[in-house]
Every structure is written in structure tokens, then in C-alpha cells.
Ligand binder design. Structure first.
Ligand SMILES: Cc1cc2nc3c(=O)[nH]c(=O)nc-3n(C[C@H](O)[C@H](O)[C@H](O)COP(=O)(O)OP(=O)(O)OC[C@H]3O[C@@H](n4cnc5c(N)ncnc54)[C@H](O)[C@@H]3O)c2cc1C
Length: 232
């Protein structure tokens, strides 16, 4: 009942959803990770088909999503084991329930089961890097704007939270939306908690942060090239 494809990509064949991983429905995670597979893959596929990005971008689909699927398989196996009716398993279940009475364990499990704790390994850096952009209440042009509204067009977005106009994306301007915004509240991530406010964030169409500005544009050109293809 618990199986995962060894690879999510072989040439032109790509696996997503239950075709890539199947597990008992405990925790109601299957549909969510299947949709997240598709969201991770969709924009990459579009860019490769349009030839704005090299074919190798598709390999990041397996690299990012296979570990997420493996983790879900792992946690569902553990949950199934805890459902055994023997005395020892019941005692183990009591211990697990006690641990889940602590905030840290509860937050960790909630982040894992909801998928909000997913972290793609995009290298060293700010904790936002490779994590899901929080749906912040931004202000742009003196008007309120929810951050996720910026993702409705399924395009990459660079949110400049520093001085308006200080970021120039030059030859990526046709592919990446650049928006000046401000945000006054805390940047709080599931499981991680409050993090240092960035001065800019580059958000991929799947909602994950591809680059974080911390007062400079260091690394921005590399991130734009890596995720959205070489400049026009
Ligand atoms: C009892 C049960 C309870 C569940 N509860 C939850 C839950 O609470 N929360 C949750 O997130 N997930 C739950 N899941 C898991 C969830 O249903 C699946 O993870 C999800 O439906 C997978 O979606 P999918 O599109 O990848 O595959 P599927 O939903 O299996 O869709 C594949 C489709 O392809 C079609 N198809 C197959 N072969 C061909 C072919 N050759 N040509 C054309 N079409 C074809 C099939 O008919 C099907 O319509 C549950 C699953 C089960 C079995």
C-alpha cells in the first residue's frame, strides 16, 4: 500500500500525484501533495516548452518533490504502525500522545501534515529561502494587497520591500513582475517562527521563495537565471 516511484522524471515522462506515490490515507495528505507536485511542475514545464529555460529545470522537479513524498510515506507508515491494537503499540501511542501535548511537537506535526513546513534545499541563506512565501498583508500604492494575490497570474514576482524603484530586473522584466511594497508586521514562518524581515523576495509561481534580498542585490541575477532562464 506504500510505494513511491524511484524517479519522478525520465526524459519526457513525468509522474505526479498518486502515480508517483501512494500511501494509506491517514492524515489526509495524498491529495495535497499531489496538487503540490503539479504546481511545482507546471510552471517549469511551461518554461521548458517555451524554451525560456533549459531542459535541466525539469530535474529540479524530482529533486524537490521526491523527498517531500518520501517524508509523507514515512509519516503515514508510522501512523499505521500506531494503529495496531496490541498492548505495546497502545503504550507507544500513549507516549506519542503525551509528546504531542507539548507546543513544539504539535507545531512540528501540524507543519508536516499540512505541508506548510516544506523546505526545498535552495542553498544556504535566509530562512525564507526555499520556503513558502507567507500570505502577508502588503501595502502597494497606498492600497492594501494580500501577497498571494500577486501569484494569481502564475508568474514569478519580485517584491521590493526597500526603497521604491531601487531594484532593476532589466532583461527579465518581461518574465518577472516587479512590485514595490511595504509590510509593517512580523515575518512569521510555520515551525520556524519570526524571521528577520527581508528587503526583497523573489517568489516563484508555485509560491516558494527563490531569492531573499538582505539590503543588497547579491545573488539576484543568479537566481533569476537559475529559475526563469537566461536574460533575453
Ligand atoms: C479511501 C481514501 C481516502 C482518502 N482520503 C483523503 C483525504 O482525506 N485527503 C487527501 O488529501 N487525500 C485523500 N486520499 C488520497 C487522494 O484521494 C489521492 O491522493 C488523490 O485522489 C490522487 O489524485 P491523482 O489525481 O493523483 O490520482 P487519481 O485521483 O487516482 O486520478 C487519476 C485519474 O486517472 C484516470 N486514469 C487512470 N488510468 C487512465 C488511463 N489509462 N487513461 C485515462 N485516464 C486514466 C483515473 O480514472 C482517475 O480518474 C484518500 C484516498 C483514499 C483511497
Amino acid at each position: 500500500m506504500t510505494r513511491q516511484a524511484a524517479t519522478y522524471r525520465k526524459g519526457r515522462v513525468l509522474l505526479a500525484g498518486d502515480a508517483a506515490h501512494i500511501h494509506p490515507p491517514v492524515g489526509g495528505q495524498g491529495l495535497g501533495i499531489g496538487v503540490q507536485d503539479a504546481v511545482n511542475l507546471g510552471w517549469k514545464l511551461a518554461q521548458v516548452v517555451r524554451k525560456t529555460s533549459p531542459d535541466s529545470l525539469l530535474d529540479t522537479y524530482h529533486a524537490e518533490r521526491h523527498p517531500v513524498g518520501a517524508r509523507v510515506l514515512h509519516n503515514t507508515m508510522a501512523q499505521m504502525a500506531l494503529r495496531r491494537g496490541d498492548d505495546r503499540t497502545r503504550a507507544l501511542g500513549d507516549y506519542v500522545a503525551e509528546f504531542l501535548g507539548t507546543d513544539e511537537a504539535r507545531l512540528r506535526l501540524a507543519a508536516e501534515m499540512s505541508g506548510l513546513g516544506v523546505h526545498y534545499d535552495l542553498g544556504e541563506g535566509h530562512p525564507l529561502l526555499g520556503r513558502r512565501m507567507p500570505d502577508l498583508d502588503l501595502v502597494t500604492d497606498a492600497r492594501p494587497l494580500r501577497a498571494f494575490t500577486l501569484l494569481h497570474r502564475a508568474r514569478p514576482v519580485l517584491i521590493n520591500l526597500g526603497e521604491p524603484g531601487e531594484i532593476d530586473i532589466g532583461r527579465w522584466a518581461n518574465r518577472v513582475s516587479l512590485i514595490d511594497a511595504s509590510y509593517a508586521g512580523n515575518w512569521e514562518l510555520p515551525l520556524i517562527g519570526v524571521v528577520t524581515p527581508p528587503t526583497a523576495v523573489l517568489v516563484r509561481p508555485d509560491g516558494y521563495v527563490a531569492w531573499v534580498g538582505e539590503g543588497t542585490q547579491d545573488g539576484l541575477t543568479e537566481a533569476l537565471t537559475r529559475w526563469f532562464g537566461p536574460p533575453e
